[in-house]
Design a protein around this ligand. Sequence first.
Ligand SMILES: [Zn+2]
Length: 87
Amino acid sequence: MEYQKNKKRAIRIAHRHRLIHKRKTYYANWADRATYKNKVLGILSKTATVCSCAGCGNPRKHFNEDTLDEQINALNYAEYVLKLLDC
Ligand SMILES: [Zn+2]
């Protein structure tokens, strides 16, 4: 990495580069990696989800359901309570 004026700035730029590299790989099927332009990579680095359709969006918004993480946490909590009660 190049020399930066201060550490916070260097960390912020490093995380931007990390996200660009990561999102370049997980949108590989969406478009050919070689065709990515700097503008598209910049948009991808600041926008995790490109579209907002029901398939990609938050289920609470579209279907009024819990998200996957919330469902998993609810199951884990139920198991935890059952373990505490010795059922
Ligand atoms: Zn979508």
